[in-house]
Design a protein around this ligand. Structure first.
Ligand SMILES: C[S@@+](CC[C@H](N)C(=O)[O-])C[C@H]1O[C@@H](n2cnc3c(N)ncnc32)[C@H](O)[C@@H]1O
Length: 394
């Protein structure tokens, strides 16, 4: 039988209700969810009861006991251990449709370090966070389940096949969990919002849309997915994973979107190098050092503050920071400086893309994805340059 049909049979026998939707393979997006009839706004298209979820509460007690009181492992890490070690067959129809390792090569955690080194700043920071978290989780899991450390890993590493299997499970958890909180999670000490997660077979087949996706509501009985816009038969039904820019989608989900109304880029690389140590200290003390964001329309207030420090006398800058000066008088100088910095950034972007093109590592799809991401950033920067040029000359 078709594995997707088996998953649906399994899910419906566990109380999952699909209404006017069905999963299908979609070129370039793995599996997604299509409308099988016209869907109206506010229709509930999917109901997932709590008994279908894979959470901390469904991890066998014996497995949890072996992890002991280890505070270093995250809930993410425990769920991944459960996926990697599970041989119960309880979720077999789901295991049969989730992406295999070769389907996850878009996630930068799987990339060659030379390619990782050419990620945009925000994506690189997210990746660094993942590496630290993964290393901690793997340490805890490898210590508790030494039977996982056997054979040679894909990269011939001493950690063995177990680490590859664990990383695959860890990435599945990374890219397909939903926010969730229950008694077990509340009881567990030292959990943060990041630990409030669950895996949901079937619901995890929805792809992401920046706008117009189904609304996901989580209550005591489970999850309900409600259409927020009409969807015609045959169209893809999506949800919004969050208002994420392209760097986040690339680092955490391993894909790039052609159009994304939430896209943004960090300008720290060009702004910070203009600041001397005293200016950095001043900005730090005021809470404005770093995280200078350009989105599809404009730069953020933090950028306005940092650039004003480079254009104004300190007194005027302080009045802008405390809100007693609206900054109108210095806006022209700030815009001129911003234009200069954005032009500098264009040169950096071109350099990065050239650097990626000459690399002889990584898979074609990874290289293409990284170049596409830099091209998106270039588009954001070029758009702002064009509008600043128009504003400055008029
Ligand atoms: C929650 S899963 C969605 C189901 C997934 N497509 C599958 O085949 O199982 C998230 C993954 O789907 C893919 N994805 C989600 N939204 C996408 C989009 N708009 N474009 C391309 N890929 C997308 C990414 O690989 C992401 O990591």
């Amino acid at each position: 039988m078709d594995p997707l049909q088996e998953l649906l049979d399994w899910a419906t026998s566990h109380g999952v209700k699909l209404n006017g939707i069905a999963p299908e393979r979609i070129p370039g997006r793995g599996i997604g969810v299509l409308a099988t009839r016209d869907i109206e706004t506010d229709e509930i298209v999917l109901d997932v009861p709590t008994n279908c979820l894979r959470t901390l509460s469904t991890v066998p007690k014996a497995r949890l006991r072996r992890l002991g009181d280890n505070k270093n492992i995250s809930v993410h890490g425990i769920l991944a251990a459960d996926l990697a070690l599970d041989s119960s067959g309880k979720f077999a129809p789901w295991d049969a449709v989730v992406p295999r390792s070769e389907d996850l090569v878009g996630l930068p955690l799987t990339w060659h370090p030379d390619l990782q080194a050419l990620l945009p700043q925000h994506a690189a920071e997210l990746l660094a966070g993942q590496k630290t978290k993964f290393a901690r989780d793997w340490d805890a899991v490898a210590g508790a389940f030494p039977e996982l450390i056997k054979g040679k890993g894909k990269n011939g590493g001493k950690e063995g096949v177990g680490m590859d299997r664990y990383r695959h499970a860890w990435l599945l958890v990374n890219s397909r969990t939903f926010y969730y909180l229950d008694a077990a999670l509340k009881k567990r000490r030292s959990t943060s919002r990041d630990d409030h997660m669950t895996l949901q077979p079937v619901a995890d087949l929805f792809n992401h849309a920046d706008e117009g996706g189904c609304h996901v509501a989580f209550g005591g009985d489970g999850f309900a997915f409600r259409a927020t816009a009409p969807c015609r038969k045959g169209e893809e039904v999506k949800i919004c994973y969050g208002r994420h820019g392209g760097d986040f989608l690339l680092a955490e989900y391993g894909f790039v979107m052609r159009e994304n109304c939430w896209d943004e880029v960090l300008l720290d690389e060009v702004v910070l190098k203009r600041l001397d140590e005293a200016q950095k200290k001043r900005l730090e003390d005021a809470g404005f050092l770093g995280r200078y964001v350009l989105d599809r329309d404009t730069v953020c207030h933090r950028t306005q503050v940092a650039l004003r420090l480079l254009c104004c006398k300190v007194g005027e800058w302080m009045r802008f920071v405390n809100g007693s000066d609206d900054g109108e008088g210095s806006q022209g100088a700030v815009d001129t400086l911003l234009l200069e910095l954005l032009r500098e950034y264009v040169v950096i972007i071109e350099d990065r893309v050239d650097g990626i093109r000459v690399l002889e590592v990584g898979e074609r799809s990874q290289v293409d994805m990284l170049i596409e991401r830099w091209e998106q950033i270039r588009k954001l920067v070029d758009t702002r340059i064009a509008s600043l040029e128009g504003e400055i000359t008029t």
